[in-house]
Every structure is written in structure tokens, then in C-alpha cells.
Design a protein around this ligand. Structure first.
Ligand code: SAM
Length: 240
């Protein structure tokens, strides 16, 4: 059926491609993607030969118009390099305009680093605020953190390895006393999730500079730190 199909793709482990996602990528007339080399590798792995069109939200209106007029007549998929399109990735303008034009939009769920990290972190999951990437400039970053400091929810940010140390320092300043969790290389061989006070994590990553992709999370205000959990007491309770 014609329309725009938003397809989530793996964030590191190719086994996380969904059956429905693969079927749609095989069946559509074209796949709009950020980088044809990155998506080409995934398609090659899946044995799919569908034509790719480069797309990001900086694309010209006429490029976007081209994809939309194709989607009005034929099925077109949208993927990003990894994870769920539109989540700190291109696609928002395309979906907004498709809906305005009455083009059918379907979203096929799959991996998103924010959700994988949150579920792994041990931080409260009942309320969370996904806030994308922190600004890279110090003043803007401090302002962004001050703006969300009082939000009664776990805060989830995308992060890069080179910027982690600066972000941890900024969190120690702006949100003192809050537990932080760093999730790295999710779904990959060296996946890890480490939590503690910002100063502890800063010391750890100063000794062992982080590699790879990172999600940074901050506990809600008023949440007891993880080391408040007494393992002996937990064990006694379990044996009672
Ligand atoms: N749309 C993607 C998603 O749904 O996960 C996110 C795209 S964003 C441009 C890339 C950022 O996602 C990285 O800088 C990192 O913060 C996070 N990320 C992606 N893959 C990851 C992984 N395997 N482990 C940890 N973080 C990851």
C-alpha cells in the first residue's frame, strides 16, 4: 500500500532488526535514508536490493516533495543510520508534511538507544524526559541543565564519548547530589551501564577514556542514590 513507513533499525546488533521491518524494507519502492553507505550495509546483510534515496531534514523542499509525491503513489520507507528515525534523527518534517497531505504514515517499532538505556539503568522509568543532545558550548549546556533540573522525572540525554567528561562536570555543578548513569555501546559486545555520583564517574572515565556511543541519564530530584541500597538487607529480605 502507498504511504510512508518509518522503520526502526538496529543500534549495533543486527539481530535486533524486526521481521516486519525487514519485510517492509524488502517490499517498498524506495528507502529514504541518511547515508546510503550505512543503510547499504544493513540491506546487504538482509539480502535486500531496494533503491535508496538520501534524505535528511536539511533536504530542500523539492527533495522532500519528491519523496512525498512518491509516497502518495507507492510505499516508501524512512530509516536513519541506526535506531528509530525522528528520535534525534531526520524525519520530523517529512512526517509532518506527509500527514498534512493526507499520506498514510505507519511507524514500525524497534530499537531506540534512549529506551534501551533507560530500561537498563535501574533509574525510575515511570516518568522520563528525553532531551536529546546537550548543547556543546558550556554556557548553553549549563542553561539547558538548569532548565530541566527541577523536572520530576529521569532525564535522558544522547551523548558522545569526547564530550562525556564536560557533561559530567556540568551535571555535578548544576544538579549536585543526583545519581547519574552512563550506558555505552548498547546491544554491542562491550555494552556497559555504570552509575554513581558525577564525581565518581568522572574519575572512572578520566582513568579509562570512554569509547563508542553513550546515553547519559540523571535520576529524578529527591531519588535516593543507588549506594543507599544495602545488599545485605536485600538478601535478608529475600530469605525471610
Ligand atoms: N535515532 C537513534 C535512536 O533511536 O537510538 C539515535 C540517533 S542519535 C543521532 C545517535 C546517538 O544515539 C548517539 O550519540 C548515542 O547517544 C545514542 N546511541 C545510538 N546507538 C547507541 C548505542 N548502541 N549505545 C549507546 N548509545 C547509542
Amino acid at each position: 500500500l502507498p504511504g510512508l513507513y518509518i522503520v526502526a533499525t538496529p543500534i549495533g546488533n543486527l539481530g535486533d532488526m524486526t521481521l516486519r521491518g525487514a519485510e517492509i524494507l524488502r517490499g517498498v519502492s524506495a528507502i529514504a535514508c541518511e547515508d546510503t553507505r550505512v543503510t547499504g550495509k544493513l540491506l546487504h546483510h538482509l539480502g535486500i536490493k531496494t533503491r535508496m534515496i538520501r534524505y535528511d531534514d536539511h533536504a530542500s523542499d523539492s527533495q522532500r516533495g519528491g519523496i512525498l509525491s512518491l509516497a502518495a503513489e507507492q510505499p516508501v520507507a524512512l530509516v536513519s543510520d541506526a535506531g528509530t528515525p525522528l528520535i534525534s534523527d531526520p524525519g520530523f518534517k517529512l512526517v509532518r508534511e506527509a500527514r498534512a497531505l493526507g499520506i498514510a504514515v505507519t511507524s514500525l517499532p524497534g530499537p531506540s538507544a534512549a529506551i534501551v538505556a533507560l530500561t537498563l539503568s535501574g533509574l525510575p522509568t515511570d516518568r522520563f524526559l528525553f532531551a536529546g543532545f546537550l548543547p556543546s558550548k558550556a554556557k548553553a549546556r549549563a542553561d539547558a541543565l538548569a532548565g530541566v533540573a527541577a523536572v520530576p522525572a529521569t532525564l535522558v540525554f544522547y551523548e558522545t564519548a569526547p564530550r562525556l567528561a564536560d557533561s559530567l562536570a556540568a551535571i555535578a555543578d548544576a544538579l549536585p547530589g543526583r545519581e547519574v548513569a552512563v550506558a555505552r555501546e548498547l546491544t554491542k559486545k562491550f555494552e556497559e551501564c555504570r552509575s554513581g555520583a558525577p564525581a565518581e564517574l568522572m574519575a572512572h572515565y578520566a582513568a579509562q577514556p570512554p569509547k563508542g556511543e553513550i546515553v547519559l541519564m540523571i535520576a529524578p530530584p529527591g531519588e535516593a542514590p543507588a549506594d543507599a541500597i544495602d545488599p545485605d538487607e536485600l538478601l535478608r529480605a529475600a530469605l525471610r
